[in-house]
Design a protein around this ligand. Structure first.
Ligand code: NAD
Length: 280
C-alpha cells in the first residue's frame, strides 16, 4: 500500500516559511490577480489565491474584468501593473475569453513580475537552468517528490502530457535533477509499457482515472496533476487512485495533493519577485 504524499501539509509548510520571512525581514510584497469573465472554477482559484496572500502577509490586488473586455483594455491594465511599484507579481487567470490572445497577454507581463513563469523569457531561463521563478504547478510537484526523501538523480521519470504549463516544464525540472526523462502524449505508442518503466510517474492529462495499476511499476512515486470534475460534482485526478495506491510506493491524492502546492509556490514566487525588485 502506497504512502500518501500530503500536499496540504507540504504546502502549509511553504506558506508558513513565506509568511515568516516576510514578517521577519519586514518585506513589502504585492500580487495582482487579473480575472476576466465569470468562469466559476477560475473564481474559486482567485479566491484561494487571495486567502493565501492574506495568510502570508502579501498585499493582493484583484482586478475582475467583464467577459467582453477588449485586448486593448487588458494590455493597458497590464502596462499599469508593470509600472506599479506596489505590485511585484502579476497573474492573469487562464483561460481567457475567446476574443483575447493569451500568448500576447502573457508576453506583455514584465518577466520580473511574471510569477507564473509563463513568459517566454522565463521559459528560456528555465530551459538553461538560470531562473528566478519556476512555474507553480511543476515546482509544486518537485516539492512533493522531495518530501518523500527519494532522490530524482538517475531515476526513470515519465511525464504524461506535454502542455507548456505542466508537462514540458515538469520534464525540464526532473531533468535538472538528473532524472532520465520521457515525455508521453496523445500520440505515444505503447503508453502503458513506457509508464511501467517509471520510478517517478507524473500524470498531467486531464482525463479522469486514466492511469491504471497495470501502467505503474511496483513501488513507484505517482504524482497526479489532473483535476477533473465528475458528473456527480466530485473532483477526481488522472490516476485511478484505489488500484494504483495498492501498487505504488508513494502517491498524491486528489484533492489534497498537487492542487494546494500550486498556490504555495505562487506565494514563494511573489516573495522572490519582491526581493529581486527591492534590490534594484
Ligand atoms: P492540456 O490539455 O493542455 O494537456 C494534456 C496533455 O495530455 C496533452 O499534452 C496531451 O498530449 C496529453 N494527452 C491527452 N490524451 C492523451 C492520451 N490518450 N495519452 C497520452 N497523453 C495524452 O492540460 P494541462 O493544462 O497540462 O493540464 C493537465 C491536467 O492537470 C488537467 O486535469 C488540469 O486541470 C490539471 N492541472 C492542475 C493544476 C494544479 O494546480 N493541480 C494546474 C494545471 C493543470
Amino acid at each position: 500500500m502506497a504512502q500518501i504524499i500530503d500536499g496540504k501539509a507540504v504546502s502549509a509548510a511553504i506558506k508558513e516559511q513565506v509568511r515568516d520571512e516576510i514578517a521577519r525581514d519586514n518585506i513589502k510584497a504585492g500580487l495582482a490577480v487579473v480575472i476576466v469573465g465569470n468562469d466559476p472554477a477560475s473564481r474559486v482559484y482567485v479566491n484561494n489565491k487571495k486567502k493565501a496572500c492574506e495568510f502570508c502577509g502579501i498585499q493582493s490586488f484583484e482586478y475582475a474584468l467583464p467577459e467582453e473586455t477588449s485586448m486593448q483594455e487588458l494590455l493597458e491594465l497590464i502596462d499599469t501593473l508593470n509600472n506599479d511599484k506596489n505590485v511585484n507579481g502579476i497573474l492573469v487567470q487562464l483561460p481567457l475569453p475567446k476574443q483575447l490572445d493569451e500568448k500576447a497577454v502573457i508576453e506583455r507581463i514584465s518577466p520580473q513580475k511574471d510569477v507564473d513563469a509563463f513568459h517566454e523569457t522565463n521559459v528560456g531561463k528555465i530551459m538553461i537552468g538560470n531562473y528566478s521563478f519556476l512555474p507553480c504547478t511543476p515546482a509544486g510537484c518537485m516539492e512533493l517528490i522531495h518530501s518523500t526523501g527519494i532522490s530524482v538523480s538517475g531515476k526513470e521519470c515519465v511525464v504524461i502530457g506535454r502542455s507548456n504549463i505542466v508537462g514540458k516544464p515538469m520534464a525540464m525540472l526532473l531533468l535538472h535533477e538528473n532524472g532520465t526523462v520521457t515525455i508521453c502524449h496523445s500520440r505515444t505508442k505503447d503508453l502503458a509499457e513506457v509508464c511501467r518503466r517509471a520510478d517517478i510517474l507524473v500524470a498531467a492529462v486531464g482525463k479522469p482515472n486514466f492511469v491504471t495499476a497495470d501502467m505503474v511499476k511496483e513501488g513507484a512515486i505517482v504524482i497526479d496533476v489532473g483535476i477533473n470534475r465528475l458528473e456527480n460534482g466530485k473532483l477526481c485526478g488522472d490516476v485511478k487512485f484505489d488500484e494504483v495506491s495498492e501498487k505504488a510506493g508513494w502517491i498524491t491524492p486528489v484533492p489534497g495533493g498537487v492542487g494546494p502546492m500550486t498556490i504555495a509556490v505562487l506565494m514563494k514566487n511573489t516573495l522572490t519577485a519582491a526581493k529581486l525588485q527591492n534590490k534594484t
